[in-house]
Every structure is written in C-alpha cells, then in structure tokens.
Write a protein that binds this ligand. Sequence first.
Ligand code: PEP
Ligand code: MN
Length: 326
Amino acid sequence: MSGSYKLVARTSRPEGSTVSIGDVVIGGKEFVVAAGPCAVESKDQLMQAATGVASAGARLLRAGAFKPRTSPYAFQGLAEEGLHLLAYAGRLTGLPTVTEVLATEDIPLVAEYSDALQVGARNMQNFALLKALGAVTKPVILKRGLSATIEELMMAAEYIVLHGNPRVVLCERGIRTFETATRNTLDLNAVALLKQMTHLPVIVDPSHGTGRRDLIVPLSHAAVAIGADGLLVEVHPTPDLALSDGAQSITPAAFASLMCELAALTPIKQRQLAHGRDVASHRGRLASIDDAVDRLLRERARLTHIQSSEPNVSNIGRLPREILKL
Ligand code: PEP
Ligand code: MN
C-alpha cells in the first residue's frame, strides 16, 4: 500500500525527480547509458572497456570491485584494488563511476572511490545496508531483487530515502520466472508501472535481464520505447574471456553500434543521447593524445633516419595532426 512508500511515490513529486551522478543527470531530458565490464579484472581490461564505452557515448562507467557470486569458488572481484583502478579509469575517461557495495562496512571505502554506489539484486532487502546508505551523500543505484515485487522494490528505495538520502535510481534487471531460455525475465511491465508509481528515475539492465548478449540490442530498444531513463550494459573487450558474465557482455564495437541505434530511437520519446562522435567534449584529451603520438612518431622518424639515413622520413612527424583531426 502506498503509505509504505510515501516518500518515493509519484504523488509526492508528480513532476518526477532527477538524480545527478557527477555531472550526469538521470531522469531528465537525456537518456543516460552506464556501461563497462561486470567486474574489474585488470588495468588493461578495464581501460580497454572504459575508453571504448566513453568514445561511443556512454555517460557513466560501471564495473564491479566487490562481486556477489553465486559460487564461492568464482572470481570475487579485486576489492580495494578494483576500486583504485575504477577511479583511475573514470578520471582518465572523464566518466563518473558506478560500482557495487556488498556490505555495510564497505560503504565508506566504496563511497570514497566511486561517484555512485550500486546495491545488487541479492542485497535489495538488506535493510541494514539500505539504512546505512541513507547516511551517504553519494547517489545509489538500487537493483531489483531476483524475486522482489515492484512494491518491495519501492519500499527498499523508501528505506534509503527515509534514512536521509533522496538520490536513488531504480534499476530493473530481470526477475526469476519459470522460463529457462534466458537467465532472467526482463520485466518491462515493471518499468512502465514504476514510472507511474514513483518519481525516481528508472533504468534498465538488459545484460542481467536476459543473460544473453544477442538480446541486449532488442531489449535496449525496448527500454527506450517503454520510457526508461537509461541503461546499464555490460561491455568487455573480450567477452568470451571474461571472469564474470561474459555471456551477457558485448564488445566495445557492438556497444558503439548499439549507441548509434539508440541515438536514432531516443527522439521518439523526446530524449537525447550523448553522441559517440561528439568529440568536442574530449577536445582537451584528444589534443594531448595527438601531441603524444606526434612526439612518438618524431622519435621513430629520428631513429629510422639514423638507421636508414633516409633524409625524408622525418616528414612522418607531420602526419598525425592531419590524420587525427576528426
Ligand atoms: C552486476 O551489475 O554486475 C550485478 C551483480 O548485478 P545484479 O545485482 O543485478 O545481479
Ligand atoms: Mn554482472
């Protein structure tokens, strides 16, 4: 009953609320895409994923450092080292970060390194964790529990808001049903209904929602159409080698093509999507990359020149400024 979630009920804020993660606003005009690997595995893996998703137009970088795994023998995440790498990748790409907090005692550490804290499906009704997140000044992405009703999700959000933190984003990530063809059943009913029931932004996770990378594109399209405020997508440089959730992860190239399709779709819902080809926002970084490439090519030309005593080869140093101007 709505008395159980009065703070998050749509009636308490009919115009809807927005939640900022860093400089990214969820719940406004923009359709916000968070992307990145399920887990931080190594600096290389994370950087490849992060630069790939950033250049395709993702607005938030996601990756788990503390991983909730069904099997205790499965990769559990890099923990604090993973948080360091995520913060580094976030700084380098300019993307605010999102990562899961598994336990109440880890909140200060995770909040120190990440721009937003994710509550995983398995913790949606960890009431001690939810209450403690009420005291945090960073936003929370609350994922729906595997077998949680829509009302239970609303009440879980109410816990966080009631305890002092109004910055909550809900995430539909699929629920457990009788169906075995997919890992979970992405409940699009819930997205449409939540948009009526609550003023909080609602995003969709088609990776966990299906468990299959071949379903991420169609379900992402559906998320736009149903009125979601954004997506959370798992992207890995080599999905088949991923230490977790490879089957539901797409490559940076596939992600870039998904983003192009979304850019065409979002206007039907009067939404905008950050554009992967919008290099203006990366001008500073592009210039420093150009300079580095320039320097290396000059050095290469100098060495080649010494070895081959070819006088014209030093002209290579003039190339990059031309070819890198996009
Ligand atoms: C995740 O986002 O990688 C994750 C563990 O999600 P969920 O809690 O929805 O299973
Ligand atoms: Mn995952």
